[in-house]
Unconditional design. Sequence first.
Length: 453
Amino acid sequence: MFLTNDVSTSVSRLIDKRPMAPVQILVVVLCGLIAIIDGFDVQAAAFAAPAMSKVWHLGREQLGAVFSSGLAGMLLGMALQGTISDRVGRRPIIIASVIAFGLFSLLTGMTQTVDQLIACRALAGVGMGAAIPNILTLTSEYSPARVRTRMMVLMNIGFPIGGLVGGLISISLVNHGGWRAIFFVGGALPLLLGALLIFVLPESVMFCADQAARSGSQVWKARARRLLARMMPDEEADALTSGGSAATPVLKEEVPRAGLLSREHRALTLFWWVAYFSSQILFYSMVSWLPVLLSNTGMAIRQTLLSTTMLNLGSIIGGLSLAWGTDRFPRVPFGTLVFLGGAVLSLLIAASLAAHGAGILQLAFLAGGCFGGGQLLLNAYCTASYPTRMRASGIGVATFFGRLGSVVGPAAVSLALGVGWGGSMVFAALAVPASAASIATTFAVRRSRGTSA
């Protein structure tokens, strides 16, 4: 029977022994669709900015406030969701977050003032920020250990796919419907998906089992049994949930809830924070500034925009390659080498900028594979490293630090350029956070509870 203090481990071992059932594949697909919507929003907002600023005569500071409000909202959503999700479940947070994001994205397209625009972008960011850690957690909890990293990376590829699609269709949307069309499409899609999630998205079976073990609740026990029955024969699910009764709680004592910074988890948590923060500095500094710096070298606008496309394409192919490799080879070398490769590529891009962009598209593609693919790898490792009762909190705070890095990185590049640094110096300096991400990932994976490293 699984209703013991070690309930999460028991259910996890059960999932590990069996082939993936349709419901497990469904979870990966649904979470991947949410990731695509997030990637679309991030990329599409950037493409709406030129038309939006022209219509409303927005200056650089006002545009900066619009972009910052979305990121600030996302950080707030990530910070708030962890404790709530670890108490009420992954499913309700995901559904509510996706619907809220869609609603406020639609309202963004209806705004009439800059203040309204900033407020709607911030509230939409809260919704998506709360959803991201939970789709990472849910995918991890439904994936067998032998393919968990592969499933996590495949789901996470939705982020660069959404960015690629957003970049490709936003120009057409603006040409036919103005900048508001981007947010109408970006709002309608998550609302439709949210309605679908209400009917088909399951709760985490590990979360249900954990809640049943803690409280002795027959309601949670029945939910766990129904979910297990969708992954295995009924008689096996019945045998696993045969213990306990409403009159006799399964647990007499609460399982200790060690915090993220408790002695047991402190080192692991701090290493993940450094890894996420450093890796996002790399990726978003490149996405934000590489086209601008290439334009300063005299390169044609079409070529500079193509560099962003190559970054996203590199992230997708890099993620697919890592999905194939990480379940077949030791993890620590992957986590170490992918960011070390990013450090080398930062130096090569610095040299390319000094040579007026020679070979930059090929380097951007490789950099996307290392920086973007490496970030997908972090998500897979981090979610597997925490126990069920604190998994959403762990990945939530880690992604919070990652998004913080996505703000700090481009801002730091702006400051460096303002004091006279050239593009080559900036990208050479990015080798430092790349190296930090490599070292932090190495130590975090070694300390991970849920990995084989």
